[in-house]
Design a protein around this ligand. Structure first.
Ligand code: FES
Length: 133
């Protein structure tokens, strides 16, 4: 192999390696370095008085003695939902999706129910919700 051909091949291989690294790095870093953190939200008994209570992006709904924790993020594009006390529904101010009190999707572009979050009722009356971010 002549010197010129050797250099050409070397540069070609170097560009392949560099190009692959440029395209692969974002995908690999997203998959391998995703850090999952947990956040605890506690609803004290005085914060459970209403049928629907909002705290730190979590809606705690109450029907009788049963509690349900729902994400306050719309499943369409992530806007924060508002609770309408008259219609007893969650309304999205961005594109108009509507969810019922149990988080079930009723209308609008969202198409998915609200995310339910596991909760724990403590002996002192606190309701603890652990959210993964
Ligand atoms: S973000 Fe809620 S409907 Fe689009």
């Amino acid at each position: 192999m002549k010197r010129r051909g050797f250099i050409k091949k070397g540069l070609l291989w170097a560009s392949y390696v560099l190009g692959s690294a440029v395209f692969a790095y974002p995908a690999l870093s997203f998959m391998s370095f995703r850090k999952i953190t947990k956040r605890k939200v506690v609803f004290r008994p005085d914060e459970q008085q209403s049928t629907v209570n909002l705290k730190e992006g979590i809606y705690l709904t109450k029907e009788g003695d049963d509690f349900c924790a729902l994400s306050a993020r719309c499943t369409h594009l992530g806007c924060t939902l508002n609770y309408d006390i008259v219609s007893r529904r969650f309304n999205c101010p961005c594109h108009g999706s509507i969810f019922d009190l149990s988080g079930k999707w009723l209308s609008g572009p969202a198409k998915k129910n609200l995310d339910r979050i596991l909760l724990t009722k403590k002996a002192n009356g606190d309701v603890e919700v652990v959210v993964e971010i």
